[in-house]
Design a protein around this ligand. Structure first.
Ligand code: G1P
Length: 298
């Protein structure tokens, strides 16, 4: 059983087509779209590093060189910034992936679904518990990040852990939805997990967000999964198959989550992150006030 080992590896599935952001995502991956001045994938990587991850595994499709380029050193750019004395910028690009952290890129040759993408990382993950972060779910928190919180719960409980939040009735068809019972320690033990159920079939209103810590036994389960919702190999179905032999907890993390896979969430995240930047806060607030006045909202 892999649960007793620490969580050191994180898988980032980044091979999706990003159709909701076309034409922007025609030639760049949606994970490279920036919130203020950092691409979505970098926020997810930072959250993983903060949680103690030392191996980043990107599951990409062949067209996604931009992601490996982003995390590689950029010799010409670095030389230029150094020559111009732009030390702060140089520091910002040099520290994206700190020393001692390894990166592995795995290719998913066909877009067969999230479960299939995770299965592509099996040989790199091996027999260890591992994290999965979906970069288009951004989670902002003043205290420890969502994955850090989940690593803590994994350490205490030795169970797999899935990030969840309450979702409105009309959204069950967009999420994995879990049914839970409280166990003796007061944790929410998942007894059912269903991918994108109709409202009448949803076991609760607890939706899965893109943060998982899973036992490596999920790979064997995924290997037997048949195409499910949307005709895809679903991670949710692999987790469902794991439930009878491995405890999986649902964890309502602390933090604000933005669905940056949709335009509305992406714009909200952009505004909130901009307001955190000392040099942007006042001009952005001024602009928002002006927009509110002009639209008659205030
Ligand atoms: C995926 C998962 C789903 C989860 C969601 C969170 O769906 O399959 O279970 O609730 O991420 O963002 P997708 O958004 O890729 O359709």
């Amino acid at each position: 059983m892999s649960q007793r080992k620490p969580v050191r590896k994180a898988v980032f599935p980044v091979a999706g087509l990003g159709t909701r952001f076309l034409p922007a995502t025609k030639s760049i991956p949606k994970e490279m779209l920036p919130i203020v001045d950092k691409p979505l994938i970098q926020y997810a990587v930072e959250e993983a590093l903060e949680a103690g991850i030392d191996t980043l595994i990107f599951v990409t499709s062949r067209k996604k060189h931009a992601i490996s380029d982003h995390f590689d050193s950029a010799f010409e750019l670095e030389t230029r910034l150094a020559a111009d004395g732009k030390t702060e910028l140089l520091e910002r690009i040099n520290t994206i992936v700190p020393d001692g952290v390894s990166r592995v890129h795995v290719t998913q040759t066909e877009a067969l679904g999230l479960g299939h993408a995770i299965l592509c990382a099996e040989s790199v993950v091996g027999d260890e518990p591992f994290a999965i972060l979906l970069a288009d779910d951004m989670i902002r928190n003043d205290g420890p990040g969502a994955l850090s919180q989940m690593v803590q719960l994994h350490r205490e409980s030795r169970s797999s852990v899935i990030g969840v939040e309450e979702i409105p009735d009309e959204m069950t068809t967009s999420y994995g939805v879990v049914g839970v019972d409280f166990d003796d320690s007061g944790h929410r033990a998942i007894h059912t997990i269903v991918e994108k159920p109709k409202l009448e079939d949803a076991p609760s209103r607890l939706g899965v967000v893109g943060r998982y810590i899973l036992d490596s036994s999920v790979f064997a389960c995924l290997g037997n999964v048949k195409p499910g919702a949307g005709g895809e190999i679903q991670l949710t179905d692999g987790i469902a198959a794991m439930l009878s032999s491995h405890p999986v907890l649902a964890y309502p993390f602390e933090g604000q989550r933005y669905d940056c896979g949709a335009r509305q969430g992406f714009i909200k995240a952009t505004i909130d992150y901009a307001l955190e930047q000392p040099d942007l806060r006042d001009p952005v607030l001024e602009h928002l006030l002006q927009v509110l006045r002009e639209s008659g909202r205030i």
